[in-house]
Every structure is written in structure tokens, then in C-alpha cells.
Design a protein around this ligand. Sequence first.
Ligand code: PEP
Length: 248
Amino acid sequence: MRKKIVAGNWKMNTTPSQAIDLIEKLKPLVKNDDVEVIFCVPYVSLMLAVDAVKDTKIGIGAQNFYFEESGAYTGEISASMLKDIGVKYVIIGHSERRQYFNETDEIVNKKLLKAFEYEITPIVCCGETLEQREAGVTIDHITTQIKNAFRNVSDDLAKKAIIAYEPIWAIGTGVVATSDQAEEVCASIRACISEIYDKETAEIISILYGGSVSSANVKELFKKHNIDGGLVGGVSLKPEFGDVVNYK
Ligand code: PEP
């Protein structure tokens, strides 16, 4: 049985002092041993966040990094820097990074390989636009994103990845995919992993759904066979995040 995972993507929200206040508020609300809980906080709060959760099972994730090892890349953060401060997860290829910062499938692949090199668990995002859904090309698009992301990744490493299916039209809109829509795509991602690697790898890998997850829809989504948890944006900044984690 795959363990459920609930990762909060805080995006560009909270100053370091606000982040620590929020972590202290959320800590007692997310005590569900059946769920792996991750807070993906802004860079400047990472060190404080790692320290703030050290007595808990909560993992801290970054929302991005740069794939080069080190050097003249002003303003960037490397995987080794994240590793050194105890960051365990990193979001890669979020649709907002693809949209605003030109993150391509090729860059996503380079980041995935680099994250694995430093034993940081990647949370690889994929998702279609509303136009793509309406044109009936959702599965093709997602399959292409997954194949490109996992290029040259061994099966042993792929097993450790987390994939987040996030329909772009559902992110931050309050419009959630139906559990059947989410399940259909998550199942096709698992089939794609099985095609690239094998059935065993596909059965082990965790596939999350993201896009307006809330306490109102979490139960319905999480009971689907191929949905192993959620990547949560807006609600991850509220006490309601506790209700998502304690969804049962
Ligand atoms: C996200 O940013 O990954 C996300 C899913 O946001 P929201 O939950 O606000 O739709």
C-alpha cells in the first residue's frame, strides 16, 4: 500500500517570522501518522522551517532550485545548498514556473536528475491547460511531460519520485477536477511509468493530485486508487490544511 502524502505549496507567501508562526500553528493540527506531511516554504524560511519541525515527522521542501552544480548564476540556489540545510523535498516544474519563468520539459529533466544526485525527493508537476482539456489532448500532453521529465532516470530512482498531477485550470481557481477526472489522469500517469519502466515501478511511485484541494473535496479525491495524496496551495496556509491531512 502506498502511503498518502500531503504537501503544502506555500508559493511566495509568508515572511520568515510569519512562516514560523504558521508552522507552530499547523504542527499540532497535522498529527496523522498515516500521512507524510511536507511544507514547501519560501527559500528564506527553509533553514528556520527545518529547525521548527525537527521534533516532528513533517518534511520540509523547497519550491525550486537551479540544476547547475555551482558558479556564476546570480540569484540561484543549488541542490547542494538545499541538501546542506536539511531540505528533503523539492517541487520541480510547477505550472507557475513553466508559465512565468520559462521552465521547459528539458529543464525539468535536468532538475530531476540533479535532485536525485543529492537525494532530495523531487515532486514533479505536470498538468494541462483548459484549452488542452477541451481539445481532448490531456492524456497525450501529460504523457509527453512525464516521458520528458524522466529521461535518463533509472527505475530505482524513479521509484523514489513523487509526481503531482495539477490541471492548470484547477490551480488557485476554486474549480477542482472531479475525482473521476483526476483519477483518469493519475491512472494514465501510472500506465506511462509502467511503459517507461515496469509495473513494479508504477505501483511504487506516488502520484498526487493538486488543484483547489480543500477539506470539502479531499475525501472524495483521496479514496481513488491512483491518487496517493495532494499538492495543496491556498489551503496549505490555513488551519484547514489540518483537515486535509486528517481527511479520514
Ligand atoms: C498549487 O499551487 O500547487 C495548487 C494546487 O494550488 P491550489 O491548491 O491553491 O489550487
